[in-house]
Design a protein. Structure first.
Length: 80
């Protein structure tokens, strides 16, 4: 499944680590912003200003995580 395209740049262990780190970043982002249930998450993601705040905070977290920054670079994912 992930061997097509960009993910072929990572070994299966690296892919596992990438997705685990990604989930960890998402969980921490949601927790920091009080997104604890479907209702709060839905409201935040449908608010243009809150969605942008979450997006910028997420990107900052990825940039500040050396391993994630390495992985997104190897995957060719632009952090913008």
């Amino acid at each position: 499944m992930f061997m097509d395209g960009k993910f072929s740049n990572l070994s299966s262990g690296e892919r596992d680590e990438y997705f685990n780190l990604l989930q960890s970043h998402m969980d921490a982002l949601y927790e920091r912003n009080g997104l604890v249930d479907e209702e709060s998450t839905y409201a935040a993601l449908n608010s243009r200003s809150m969605n942008e705040k979450l997006h910028q905070e997420f990107l900052e977290g990825i940039r500040n995580d050396p391993k994630m920054a390495e992985y997104v670079g190897r995957l060719g994912i632009a952090l913008s």
